[in-house]
Design a protein around this ligand. Structure first.
Ligand SMILES: NC(=O)c1ccc[n+]([C@@H]2O[C@H](COP(=O)([O-])OP(=O)(O)OC[C@H]3O[C@@H](n4cnc5c(N)ncnc54)[C@H](O)[C@@H]3O)[C@@H](O)[C@H]2O)c1
Length: 275
């Protein structure tokens, strides 16, 4: 990644922060952007303290003019963007934030979800593509979710937005792959961010569910970031238009079969089986 310029959205926390740290550790100059400017600044300071190169910018990905200005500013400060990680999502709207079911869905909630999760990545890609096309190389990585491929009962807007993002991923890959710009997505399963780790979220039970269905423990933000860095790099130069699940195998399973066969003892005994 040496000599590369990367822009990461939603990089003030969770997976985006891990991606910014990893891309910087691998040598890229990183634009750490987030709606929460102070969070972006904190991550930028950590990167610089660790010897990396980074700038922090407040950015609402749904704001067309702000996206244009941000990309121009990053190009002026760090150089043309070669890697774009579209990671920001309106996560606060999904888990208990109103995105619960179609029957009670407000049109405003739907529009706000789509604005951040789909319009945002399109605006960022539109702004970053000209320099990538001019250079004849570039890599866009979008953060999707396992929720794009299978319903979760309680996040229809979120799931639909991630499915749309995966479609956008393929459109960009098909159209600009021939001129050297790749576009791929990662689809994380449940990842242990600070929010997911937080009190009252039932971490022990989550671990037990994963133990019952996959050979893997819950993922960490850096485990997703490593895959983002791979897709962003030339090591993945023949990988274009894919959605790569990073979920420890959870999406490969059909959990209902385990349920039918009663193979969920680890879940039932979670308080005693797992620490
Ligand atoms: N954590 C998981 O288990 C998980 C699983 C699957 C997919 N994802 C996806 O991973 C990505 C990162 O999620 P996370 O878990 O790290 O969440 P997070 O809530 O920790 O981080 C999201 C970040 O996006 C920022 N953000 C929100 N709205 C924004 C906007 N309009 N413009 C710019 N930034 C904005 C927030 O300030 C926050 O820093 C998201 O796309 C999410 O859908 C997460």
């Amino acid at each position: 990644m040496a000599g590369e310029v990367a822009l990461v959205t939603g990089a003030g926390s969770g997976i985006g922060a891990a991606s910014a740290r990893r891309l910087a550790a691998e040598g890229a100059a990183v634009a750490v952007t987030d709606l929460a400017g102070a969070s972006a600044q904190r991550v930028r300071d950590e990167i610089v303290a660790a010897g990396g190169q980074a700038v922090a910018l407040a950015l609402d990905v749904a704001d067309e003019a702000a996206v244009r200005d941000c990309v121009a500013r990053v190009a002026a400060e760090l150089g043309p963007i070669g890697v774009l990680h579209n990671n920001a999502a309106a996560t606060a709207l999904s888990g208990g934030g109103g995105d619960a079911e179609v029957l009670t869905m407000s049109a405003e909630l739907w529009d706000a979800t789509m604005a951040v999760n789909v319009r945002g990545p399109m605006l960022l890609a539109r702004a970053a593509l000209p320099a990538m096309i001019a250079a004849g190389r570039g890599s866009i990585v979008n953060t999707s979710s396992g929720a794009a491929a299978a319903a979760e009962h309680l996040r229809p807007a979120y799931g639909a937005s991630k499915a749309a993002l995966e479609s956008l991923t393929r459109s960009i890959a098909a159209r600009y792959g021939p001129v050297g710009v790749r576009c791929n997505a990662v689809a994380p399963g449940l990842v242990l961010t600070d929010t997911v780790r937080g009190p009252g979220r039932g971490l022990r039970r989550m671990r037990a569910v994963f133990a019952a269905h996959t050979p893997s423990p819950l993922g960490t933000p850096d485990e997703v970031a490593r895959v983002v860095a791979f897709l962003a790099s030339d090591a993945a130069r023949y990988v274009n238009g894919v959605v790569l699940r990073v979920d420890g195998g959870m999406g490969a399973a059909q959990p209902y079969l385990a349920d039918l066969l009663g193979r969920h003892a680890a879940v039932e005994n979670a308080p005693t089986v797992l620490s």
